[in-house]
Design a protein around this ligand. Structure first.
Ligand SMILES: Cc1ncc(COP(=O)(O)O)c(C=O)c1O
Length: 434
């Protein structure tokens, strides 16, 4: 396609002269992106003839591998019926079936499903549900949310406000609503229990609309793995104070931690649960916010102002719902057993890394393997090791995108043992030169 004559071409500083502004990318000096022509299983095939193993499930979404025949078939069959219709005043079978499947698999108190289209929107919906449920019941002073250090819940304004990773969101912080931040039991924070949360709820519990957490793993904040006892304690405290608990399972959902949902490690029952990413097996944008009966009931009224006024053009997209249903069927057949066997392999291979001088700590849960390295400078996301290692792995045909000094491996569950061992061989090699 040629550039319209009235528009100037993209400036030279733009990546490859393209007019695209890429996400999480410093456009001034980022290396040119690799153009993917085809993807199959765990491999991405690029237009310059490279074959790259997708070691981060394409931003944590892909679980069954790329170009999966069953998912392709589900997509084609739905496309032959229809792709997208308005989702208010109209509904369709894929959405209804999917809502039922999600309710069946999630903690038993979650009985209602609100669809949107990405992880951040699933969190916005959760925050609005919690906040408005209080207002609808006549409690107008619950203006405070409680979130954790190192939390990441997305890049829209509500999600950023409850986020705890300064480097991503501090530029906007003056615009955020009020949030109290409790310490997370990470190694970095000296492994506290939930005393901090306890104190906040004791002091200000009557102003709190909800507590939001990433159960078991704080992902973008540094792949921090929490003890299950902490999860249970957070539920205990929020229940004691009568405060809704929002479980953001956008990263952890659909088997990543070895259970269908990370809440099941407790097990705990949150009042609201956010799902996205792997919901369609990594094929299409879709999200769901699940709510308890109590939250849902707070919106039922003859007063139309008590409606949940939230919706997106592509809410409940039929193609995405159809693929999500097939993805769940695939998970039933293979998923969780495979995640558990991956965990065993990861434990063995990570143990071998522990003795390398650069490695500070290893962590593993389900299909997530983490090696936290001693930072070079700028601990955290901006540590120089991140982009350097990413390039080193790409040169070895592996897509890994360390979060600064935190290197993690999060492949599609469809990876073979041999492929996974191959990645660890390369990790050993790269880390021995770090
Ligand atoms: C726990 C969690 N919540 C929300 C999000 C935001 O999801 P999305 O990028 O689809 O908006 C992410 C993304 O990484 C996440 O890890």
């Amino acid at each position: 396609m040629s550039t319209p004559p009235s528009k100037p071409a993209a400036k030279d500083s733009a990546i490859g002269g393209q007019p695209i502004w890429y996400p999480y990318t410093q456009m001034k000096n980022a290396p040119p992106p690799l153009s993917v022509e085809r993807a199959e299983g765990v491999y991405l095939h690029t237009s310059d003839g490279r074959k790259i193993l997708d070691g981060i499930s394409s931003w944590w979404v892909n679980i069954h591998g790329h170009n999966h025949p069953r998912l392709n078939q589900a997509l084609r069959e739905q496309a032959d019926r229809f792709a997208q219709v308005i989702f208010a005043g109209f509904t369709h079978e894929p959405a209804v079936l999917l809502a039922n499947e999600l309710v069946q698999r999630s903690p038993s108190n979650l009985t209602h499903v609100f669809f949107s289209d990405n992880g951040s929107t699933s969190v916005e919906v959760a925050l609005k549900m919690a906040y408005q449920s209080w207002k609808n019941r006549g409690e107008a002073d619950r203006n405070l949310f409680v979130a954790f250090d190192h939390a990441y819940h997305g890049d829209t304004f509500g999600a950023m406000a409850v986020g705890g990773v300064d480097v991503f969101h501090s530029a906007y912080s003056e615009l955020f609503f009020e949030v109290r931040r409790a310490k997370s039991p990470s190694r970095l924070a000296g492994n506290p229990g939930a005393e901090d949360l306890e104190k906040i709820l004791e002091e200000e519990g009557d102003k709190v609309a909800a507590v939001i957490m990433e159960p078991m793993v704080q992902a973008a904040g540094g792949m921090i793995i929490w003890p299950r006892e902490f999860l249970c304690r957070v539920r205990e405290l929020t229940a004691h104070h009568g405060i809704p608990l929002i479980a953001d399972e956008v990263f952890t959902g659909f088997g990543r931690t070895g259970k269908m949902f990370a809440c099941q490690h407790g097990p705990i029952e949150p009042d609201i649960m956010c799902l996205s990413k792997a919901i369609t097996g990594g094929y299409l944008p879709l999200a769901a916010t699940l709510a308890s009966e109590e939250i849902y009931q707070a919106f039922l009224s003859d007063d139309r102002r008590k409606t949940l006024f939230h919706g997106h053009s592509f809410t409940g997209n039929a193609l995405a719902c159809a693929v999500a249903l097939e993805s769940l069927a695939l998970l039933d057949e293979t998923g969780l057993d495979r995640v558990q066997s991956l965990e065993t392999l990861f434990r063995e291979r990570l143990a071998r890394l522990e003795s390398l001088p650069v490695v500070d700590e290893i962590r593993v849960i389900g299909g997530l393997a983490v090696a936290e390295l001693h930072p070079e400078k700028n601990t955290g996301y901006l540590d120089a090791r991140g982009p350097r290692m990413a390039q080193a792995f790409l040169q070895r045909g592996i897509l890994l995108r360390p979060l600064g000094n935190v290197l993690y491996f999060l492949p599609p569950y469809a990876i073979t043992d041999e492929q996974a061992h191959g990645v660890f061989d390369e990790i050993e090699e790269v880390l021995s030169h770090e």
